[in-house]
Design a protein around this ligand. Structure first.
Ligand code: UFG
Length: 328
């Protein structure tokens, strides 16, 4: 029994591969390498290509005894999605449509989906539970929500069982430093601060200091990428045991402000990082904190690396040793 992992060369995908490999799961990887890195995937059958390539998907499903799919492949930049929403509809929604269609044709009925807290939009209350209203404030979140809905109907009509994992803010890296985070261009807070610590940026811009939070900067729930990986493994296990679809938040339930993250980066690196206050970034909610009780109780999820300090230490280890990321 083999799992097809799409987008396995990306940040969260590659850490999930590392994790499920240790659990002796068999898998093959499909990635277009538009944003992923070939070096991030070691020791796996690798197919390079697009989700819309029907012949390639037929080949993958025919050549391997695939029983489940973990679907990471997607565009995931909120800002870019505001400027080019059709790219997000094409790559995320239409790409997922092609994948799910081929799963149905090949009789594959287990699906773990990489979703996001961006499906909620501006929260009505925190911590956010899975039954909170979903009113995305950007096309990225909107396309992920559209895929969740496609999966709901694919369950009703074809019996495709899916677990949708809504991540909050992924952070950290493999503790042994084999793989890490490398986005081109980088837009996430922690890698940007660490690039400033390495002298690759003159300063860090804090987007807004007048939010209704304790120190005026946005508050986020950071979750270690390997804890996300654990949740994907548990989701697969659960689909094996019980044919039941579900949606789960993944976060630690602790909020850290942009200022607190920068201070923690300073403490971890021992480097004084210059910050400047910049205007708010469009579409940023003030506070995003998850309630992940459902994932804990139903999936048995138990995050191992919940300290922000540790997440930043692991990220710093990666960035120090790979200042140019994968260098590709
Ligand atoms: N920030 C800065 N300066 C920077 C970069 C970020 O102040 O240079 C701030 C942002 O404004 C935000 C916080 O740091 O308040 C975190 O920003 P990130 O870009 O690291 O993460 P986001 O919260 O915007 O996005 C994350 C995921 C998205 C997902 C979203 C859900 O990366 O994929 O959470 O809300 F959609």
């Amino acid at each position: 029994m083999t799992t097809l992992v799409t987008g396995g060369a990306g940040y969260i995908g590659s850490h999930t591969l590392l994790y499920i490999k240790e659990k002796n799961e068999e898998f093959v990887v499909l990635d277009s390498l538009q944003t992923g890195h070939r070096e991030a995937v070691q020791g796996a059958t690798f197919y390079q290509g697009e989700l819309a390539d029907a012949d390639l998907l037929d080949k993958i499903f025919s050549e391997n005894d695939i029983s489940a799919v973990i679907h990471f492949a997607a565009d995931s930049l909120v800002g870019e999605s505001m400027k080019d929403p059709l790219k997000y509809y094409e790559n995320n929604v239409i790409g997922s449509y092609h994948l799910i269609k081929k799963m149905v044709e090949h009789g594959v009925k287990k699906f773990v989906f990489s979703s996001t807290a961006a499906t909620y939009g501006e929260p009505v209350s925190v911590p956010i539970t899975e039954d909170s209203p979903t009113i995305p404030t950007n096309p990225y979140g909107e396309t992920k929500l559209a895929i969740e809905k496609m999966l709901k109907w694919a369950d009703e009509a074809y019996g495709v069982k899916s677990i949708c994992l809504r991540y909050f803010n992924a952070a950290g890296a493999d503790p042994e430093g084999k793989i890490g985070e490398d986005h081109q261009p980088e837009s996430h807070l922690i890698p940007i601060v660490l690039q400033a610590a390495l002298g690759q940026r003159a300063h860090v811009s804090m987007f807004g200091d007048d939010y209704p939070t304790e120190d005026g900067t946005c508050v986020r729930d950071y979750i270690h990428v390997l804890d996300l990986a654990q949740a994907h493994y548990l989701a697969l296990q659960r689909l094996e045991k019980e044919e039941k679809s579900g949606i789960y938040n993944l976060g630690n339930g602790n909020g850290f402000s942009v200022k607190q993250v920068i201070e923690t980066c300073k403490a971890v690196t021992g480097i004084d990082i210059k910050t400047v206050t910049a205007p708010r970034r469009t579409g940023d909610p003030a506070v995003l904190i998850a309630s992940s009780n459902k994932a804990r109780s139903e999936l048995g999820w138990n995050p191992e690396y919940s300290s922000l300090d540790l997440m930043i230490k692991h990220a710093w280890n990666w960035h120090q040793h790979h200042p140019d990321g994968y260098g590709d």
